[in-house]
Design a protein around this ligand. Structure first.
Ligand code: NI
Length: 191
């Protein structure tokens, strides 16, 4: 088990679009070890996902997993998913405002608009192609990770800077209202 160091906002690697992998590269021991390390690093930090450039590797790979996450207890579960060379597209114009955080943006959260319904195409770690529809908060998590791979942070999508809050002030002043709204949303869309 290897925990890698997480790049924080300001590090140029987070701003550089990542490179697509060839099938041969993906099968290599080095990349398979990177994927294992990304899973360990995400779990160690209680992240809902992590992108390769967050551990200083500018490659188009992300891992996503939501169990009982203490950082985001309202998120519906997502089984461990390794996404390689993902492409994501909205299916319609429906938007939900989600309060997000990020392992690369320590102690800050903010509200961003996300598409509710997206199509995501990717390879898994064995190179098998997937073509799936994601909805709700799960769709938001996939958009957050794909943004990383394009060199974007959630900060770029915060439409109202007045929503920016430390985790402490989120708990004190914003958590209840957000969790109430987002719980009703999750009940409606199912994820
Ligand atoms: Ni992030």
């Amino acid at each position: 088990m290897t925990i890698r160091k997480i790049a924080t906002v300001g590090h140029p690697v987070l701003r550089q679009p990542t490179r697509v992998l060839s099938p041969e590269e993906l099968a290599s021991a080095e990349i398979q070890r990177l994927i294992d390390d990304m899973i360990d690093t995400m779990r160690d930090a209680n992240g809902a996902g992590i992108a390769a450039n967050q551990v200083h590797e500018s490659l188009r790979i992300a891992v996503i997993e939501v169990g009982h996450n203490p950082r985001y207890p309202y998120k519906p579960p997502i089984p461990l998913t390794v996404v390689v060379n993902p492409e994501i597209e909205p299916l319609d114009d429906e938007i939900v405002e989600i309060n997000e955080g990020c392992l690369s943006v320590p102690n800050l959260r903010g509200t961003v608009p996300r598409f509710v319904n997206v199509r995501v195409r990717y390879l898994d770690r064995d190179g098998n192609p997937h073509d799936e529809i994601k909805r709700g908060l799960t769709a938001g998590t996939f958009q957050h990770e794909c943004d990383h791979l394009d060199g974007k942070l959630f900060l770029d999508r915060v439409t109202d800077p007045a929503t920016l809050t430390t985790w402490e002030q989120f708990e004190r002043f914003h958590r209840d209202e957000f969790v109430d709204r987002i719980t009703k949303f999750v009940e409606r869309v199912g994820s």
